[in-house]
Ligand binder design. Sequence first.
Ligand code: ZN
Length: 143
Amino acid sequence: MKKLRCAQCGKGTIRPVASPGRREWYKTMEVEVPADFAIPTCDRCGEEWLSVRQSQALDGVLETGYTAELVRLASQQLAKLAGAAVEQKRIEHLLGLSQGYLSHVKAGRHAPSPMLVAELVLLAKDPERRLKELEAFWKRRAA
Ligand SMILES: [Zn+2]
């Protein structure tokens, strides 16, 4: 293979690098790049050089990792809420979710949206207070 000179630093050589522990920002958070996913990287300055096709492939693996992380985070927050003796159907009602939806999320059958994960994080910080605020809010809207 022809040596590719890095256009960023002008001195390094671009080589495919596949290693564990690399993280990339994807949508709302950093996601781990699979250890076997090769990214053309400058051996001197570390600049990454992805083609359009490689970039699309990276987006695909990051989306998979992102979704798995959302499921993990939602389950973690739901466990916190269950630990605080909050009924799942009460949360579902206040967030406008169908009954049983959160069970599907916990089981990994529904990928939660980042918005749902964010709502669960905020609820789990102070469950009783946040839920009462939501109940009061929806009640006021109805009056
Ligand atoms: Zn370079």
